[in-house]
Write a protein that binds this ligand. Structure first.
Ligand code: ZN
Length: 86
């Protein structure tokens, strides 16, 4: 007897509602916030203090941004978190 595996009726997660665009895995529609170019590189990395962030770099205007904890981090903040606290 082979058990029938019906696809679970789990509804696919709805696209992120407007206003919460920082959901993990939402890689569609990545665009530069400054010039709107889609030629951006997005890297996931972890800062020294353990904060997971996403680094986005634009090939067009070279704007760079970090997003962590569900919000964008300033450059100074990233540097601060990268510093090793001993
Ligand atoms: Zn740009």
């Amino acid at each position: 007897m082979s058990p029938r595996r019906s696809r679970s009726a789990r509804t696919p997660s709805a696209p992120a509602a407007l206003g919460s665009l920082t959901q993990p895995g939402a890689l569609v529609g990545v665009a530069c916030r400054v010039c709107g170019s889609s030629r951006v590189t997005r890297l996931a990395m972890t800062l020294t203090d353990g904060t997971p962030v996403e680094f986005t770099s634009c090939h067009r205007c070279e704007h760079r941004s970090w997003v962590g904890d569900g919000r964008s981090l300033g450059r100074a903040e990233v540097l601060d978190r990268t510093r090793k606290l001993t």
